[in-house]
Design a protein around this ligand. Structure first.
Ligand SMILES: Nc1ncnc2c1ncn2[C@@H]1O[C@H](COP(=O)(O)OP(=O)(O)O)[C@@H](O)[C@H]1O
Ligand SMILES: O=c1ccn([C@@H]2O[C@H](COP(=O)(O)OP(=O)(O)O)[C@@H](O)[C@H]2O)c(=O)[nH]1
Length: 237
């Protein structure tokens, strides 16, 4: 059986990279993710990755403690660059070719984001890790995933997160919450389901770019999604 998608945009939660650690990057979690990404590239799937930064710095938290919001957000974006570099390094150690492109220019460290070049890397079978979110404060890496997904012509955005799908309510707060197998954009937005922020949702809806939300902790889930199997929640037009 072949993969259901030729090109995907995978959003990896920064916070989930901590595993059971208090902060930072958990080696075990990262190497499992890398081997799963390697497996789907061997199926011929082209993979773009947007990585979060919540394990290192969250803009809202900085702002809440009195820091200027935009400054805090730039710090959050820099945190995603560190995660991207760690992820790319883990990929290279496992013989998976990867490139990091940053939405903020730090040319001595990583390539700048250049859409055409990113697409070329993908066509060559390299994983492209998009760092620094959208490059703008007041946005999130979910929105960056929607944006880069649309730009590279991905067929789907895969959100690998702490929960195993979209629920009727936040499952961490409501034990009776039920998981959707599928839900339309309009319904998800109408019900104000918080698993993706509204900007990211709106962009994907307008671009008719479906989103599959699944657990980053569940081994084999990424491949199941890529094979078009019922895993997590599919948000569709
Ligand atoms: N309706 C919902 N369905 C699933 N998760 C929800 C819902 N509402 C809120 N959440 C919360 O959203 C969180 C995942 O979103 P987010 O904080 O954006 O994670 P990430 O670290 O992947 O960016 C989950 O941990 C969950 O507690
Ligand atoms: O386009 C972007 C993407 C990210 N961020 C900042 O970077 C932080 C880390 O990203 P995010 O919280 O989305 O990461 P995750 O939830 O995946 O850990 C955010 O809190 C924001 O402060 C930003 O300002 N603009």
């Amino acid at each position: 059986m072949s993969a259901a998608y030729k090109r995907i945009l995978l959003k990896l939660s920064g916070e989930a990279l901590m595993g059971d650690d208090a902060y930072g990057i958990n080696e075990e979690v990262v190497s499992r993710i890398v081997s799963e990404v390697a497996e789907i590239t061997r199926l011929g799937v082209q993979v773009g990755v947007v990585i979060g930064g919540g394990n290192i710095f969250r803009g809202m938290k900085g702002a809440a403690s009195g820091m200027d919001r935009a400054t805090a957000d730039y710090m959050g974006m820099l945190a995603t660059v560190m995660n991207a570099m760690a992820l790319a390094d883990a990929m290279r150690r496992m013989d998976l070719e990867a490139r990091v492109q940053s939405a903020l220019r730090i040319d001595q460290v990583v390539e700048p984001y250049i859409r055409g070049r990113a697409i070329r890397h993908l066509e060559e079978g390299r994983v492209v890790i998009f760092a620094a979110g959208t490059g703008n404060p007041f946005f999130t890496t979910d929105t960056a995933a929607a944006l880069r997904g649309a730009e590279i012509g991905a067929q789907i955005v895969l959100k690998a997160t702490k929960v195993d799908g979209v629920y009727t309510a936040d499952p961490k707060k409501d034990p009776l919450a039920q998981r959707y197998h599928r839900i339309s954009f309009d319904e998800a937005i109408g019900r104000n389901l918080q698993v993706l922020d509204s900007t990211a949702f709106a962009l994907c809806r307008d671009q008719k770019l479906p989103i599959n939300v699944f657990s980053i902790f569940k081994p084999g889930a990424l491949k199941r999604v890529v094979m078009g199997e019922d895993e997590g929640t599919l948000v569709h037009s």
